[in-house]
Structure formats: structure tokens, C-alpha cells
Design a protein around this ligand. Structure first.
Ligand code: FE2
Ligand code: FE2
Length: 341
């Protein structure tokens, strides 16, 4: 249709708009649970800038401690700073497929929350390092230098999934795309609550409590989406989910556990440096869960997800790293990652 052709002069009503188009002019409300989650997200909204920053005196910490804590936030940012574009893309998809109104609102709330988490990381890193760019910042200590090398490698790795993700979004349904989302949300909400309880500084307690609460809501969104869609899912979609769970495990382990070397392209001394940094953080009162606590937490999150998938007869992948047997999934690479956090 050329722009010059004025249909309105030739007919009473316009032709049907080809469907689905990007905007639904409908506000169907079907999933009551999503309404409740949305209401909670409105009530629990928080502003990172309004946290008790004035109580956080970084000069009480040594430069080693500051650089190690900033390193942990940099690692977290590899995930949380990519979450806003990832969920922005997912939000667009909810409009393209004319999702019901509460689902669109819930995805919008995830996007808004993840943007907040990213801001929190940025404010924290900037305050600790007195520099807004942790990769360009010039470290003052030996451990700071090593930590920055680690961060550079993780940043490089994290940059490799975006094209694969953009290809996957139009191909799969929301429930398939976000199948590994639940595992990440369960584990991260637990980790953030553990950190909130274990940290001495009010800024960490409050920030992590808010983030943990947000992640708990994301978990509930994912659950309701699965409960709504999995019973009517095509059998061909099941193997994709099984692979996604394994991919999600490998991807998120870098922050929730330790990065598996079969998947992450990282130097040999990476894990050693990471452990050394975490030790310094813990000694400074910044409570990163220990290796065993993280492993236990990760295992519980995965078992929870397994419980959900078993209900829908979706085969679970083997995750021998945390002692879970299942279907063997090989050759997962960055291209297969649907990043979720
Ligand atoms: Fe987050
Ligand atoms: Fe999240």
C-alpha cells in the first residue's frame, strides 16, 4: 500500500491490521497470579540512590578490600548489566505475541528491577574504586590487578551470547526461552538473602535484601508462566528446554558458583584468584557465601527446578558438578545461551 493512497476516502472502516502486529490493543487478564506479582512489584519498588549511602564510609576499608569487593560487583555486573537489554527484548516479544496484560506488566517489572540492580552495582563500584569503569581503572594493589584481569576475561566471555540470544527470541515461546530463568532466580534470591544477613554494612544489607526480594518475584513470574504454558507444550520443545537448563547452569555458575572451564574461556589462575578475592571480602565483613554454601544453594535451586520439570515430563539434564544425574548434554556453547538473571 503506498502512503499516498487514501483508503479512508473509499471505505467506511479501515482494512484489518495484519496480525500479530507489535501492539495489542487489548487488555485481557487471565493469570491472576501475575496480577498479584505486579501489585507486589509496585509496592516493593526501591531506588538505589536512596539507600543509606551516607553510612557507607569506604575509607574504613583497605584498598585491597575495596578492590576485591568492587571485583565481586563487577562480576555481578557481567550478568546484571546485560539483564536490561535481555528483558527489554523479552518485553517487546510479549507485545509482539499479544500476551495478556498482566504478563506484559510483569515483564516490564523485571526489566525495571534489573535496571535497578545494574544501577546498584554501578553506584557501588564507583564509590569503592572512585572510578566508574572497573576495567579501565588502574588497580592500586597486586590482588586488584589480578582481579581486574579476571574481570576482563569474564566480560569478554559474557559479550559472546547476545547474537545467539537475538536469534533465539523470535524462534521460541516465552516459556521455552525462560525455562532456565527459574533456576537462576531461585539461586540468586537465596544468595542475596544470605548476603543481606551476613553483611555488616547497612548499605549491603538493604541493597541485597531489596535485590533478593526482586529475584523472588522474578521466580514467581517464571513459575506462573510455566504453570500456564507447560501443560499445553509441544513435545518438540521439550529437548530444547533440557538443553537450556544445562546451558543456564553453565552460564550462571560463574556468579552463583564457579565458572566451569569447559564452557568459560578463562585463564588457569582464574579460580584461584577469585577464591583469594572472596576470602579478602569475607574477612572485611562482606559476606560472600563459601564454596560449600554456594554449591549447596545451587544444588537446591536445581532440584527445585527439577521438581517442576518432572511434573511436566520434561527430561532433566545431568549436572554432575552438584551431584545430579540425568540426560547427558554435550557441546553447549555461548551461542546457545539465553541469558537470564
Ligand atoms: Fe537481578
Ligand atoms: Fe532477576
Amino acid at each position: 500500500m503506498s502512503n499516498k493512497e487514501k483508503l479512508a476516502k473509499t471505505m467506511e472502516f479501515p482494512p484489518e491490521t495484519e496480525q500479530p502486529n507489535v501492539y495489542p490493543l487489548t487488555w485481557h487478564r487471565e493469570t491472576q497470579k501475575m496480577e498479584e506479582i505486579w501489585d507486589a512489584s509496585q509496592k516493593e519498588y526501591w531506588d538505589p540512590a536512596k539507600l543509606p549511602w551516607d553510612t557507607f564510609d569506604v575509607s574504613r576499608y583497605s584498598w585491597e578490600e575495596r578492590e576485591c569487593i568492587a571485583y565481586w560487583f563487577t562480576i555481578l555486573s557481567v550478568f546484571d548489566a546485560s539483564a536490561p537489554p535481555v528483558f527489554a527484548e523479552a518485553l517487546i516479544k510479549t507485545y509482539e505475541v499479544h500476551e495478556e496484560d498482566p504478563v506484559r506488566r510483569c515483564f516490564f517489572s523485571v526489566l525495571r528491577d534489573e535496571q535497578n540492580h545494574e544501577q546498584f552495582c554501578g553506584l557501588m563500584i564507583t564509590k569503592l574504586l572512585e572510578h566508574p569503569d572497573p576495567l579501565k581503572y588502574e588497580p592500586k594493589t597486586e590482588i586488584g590487578k589480578k582481579a581486574q584481569k579476571n574481570a576482563k576475561w569474564l566480560y569478554y566471555n559474557g559479550g559472546r551470547y547476545w547474537d545467539g540470544y537475538k536469534r533465539a527470541v523470535p524462534r521460541y515461546s516465552l516459556a521455552v526461552l525462560f525455562s532456565s530463568f527459574l533456576m537462576g532466580e531461585i539461586a540468586s534470591s537465596t544468595i542475596f538473602h544470605q548476603m543481606a544477613n551476613g553483611c555488616a554494612e547497612p548499605i549491603f544489607q538493604e541493597g541485597f535484601r531489596n535485590i533478593g526480594r526482586d529475584e523472588g518475584r522474578h521466580m514467581a513470574i517464571c513459575m506462573s508462566l510455566m504453570e500456564r504454558d507447560y501443560p499445553k507444550m509441544d513435545v518438540e520443545e521439550k529437548p530444547i528446554i533440557t538443553k537450556q537448563i544445562r546451558a543456564g547452569y553453565l552460564f550462571l555458575s560463574a556468579i552463583l558458583f564457579e565458572p566451569p572451564e569447559e564452557f568459560w574461556d578463562i585463564p588457569e589462575d582464574f579460580i584461584g584468584i577469585q577464591r583469594e578475592c572472596e576470602e579478602i571480602c569475607r574477612a572485611a565483613g562482606f559476606h560472600i557465601p563459601t564454596y560449600d554454601a554456594k554449591k549447596e544453594n545451587w544444588r537446591n535451586a536445581i532440584l527445585n527446578l527439577k521438581g517442576v520439570l518432572d511434573k511436566f515430563n520434561i527430561p532433566f539434564p545431568a549436572i554432575p558438578e552438584v551431584g545430579i544425574s540425568g540426560e547427558e548434554i554435550r557441546d553447549v556453547d555461548m551461542d546457545d545461551i539465553i541469558p537470564v538473571f
